[in-house]
Design a protein. Sequence first.
Length: 321
Amino acid sequence: MEEKNQRFRQEPRRRRGCGCGCCAGCLGAFVLILVVLAVLGVFFYNDIRSAFNGFQQTISQENLRQQPVNLAAGDPFSVLLLGIDSGDFERTDQGRSDTIMLSSVNPHNNQTTILSIPRDTRVYINEVGYEDKLNHAYAYGGAGAAVNAVQLLLNVPIDYYITVDMAGLQQLIDAIGGIQLTPSIDTYQDGYQFIAGQTLIVDGAGALAYVRNRQDDPRGDYGRQARQREVVLATLNAVGSIDSLINYRPLLGTLEQAVTTNLSFEQLMTFFQNYRNVADSVIEEQLNGEGVTIDNIYYEVIPEAELNRVQQLLRGELELS
């Protein structure tokens, strides 16, 4: 079938420095959960090490490095951050990665660069043998397929991945006694009323209700993704509270439902020791594409010049030749 293409240019997205974007906050939340687990590991070593087996899932991926990363030596590394929608709306399938961010972490300059990648980016997915939307890669082959697709797109190695799932997130929020949320929009969903700027405490069901509504947000699905990041950030901030640390046993059980990673417990402890200052400077980048309609399906296609720019940036931060 001949592809019918309709192409249009999007307005350029401006890159923003640390402290003024949701992505930087979301990155801090992911880093925070690693730090919290590491701190718990110092005091409750055996419990945390045992529980970490529930978080850890190895994946099959293409290896683009000549030498493996040595965290003990303080090597720069990359991590793919995925926000998964498999539990939202009570879904039970593999789900898709609604939020996709690639981060490079460099302890030599205490800098972290986080690249937001549009979920509709058109990429080749090895697991199915054709081009499709990037967020479909996770549905086809889990975190391994998502890692491979991003590596192929950007030609940079991905050393680790972390996923946060919305279904497990609801259980986690209930386990920590709810979260403090300051809504960015006025909305009503599933019996919960939210007023923009008015801080409230919500349980897990309330948090997902806040995420679910699309009709009241002028940003549409992009607004929904932003609210997902708000909830994740608020949750992980609450996880780091003193009360949560004291009552850590229920917390560990629910974290197993919400988080997966290929980081080992030993790597986590090394991260805590050698990479404490990597969030001192967070640089936020956006992969910019062109909107394209192919056979009535919307994609974002990344121009060659933009790919080259991002590849050089990331390879420089990872100190690759």
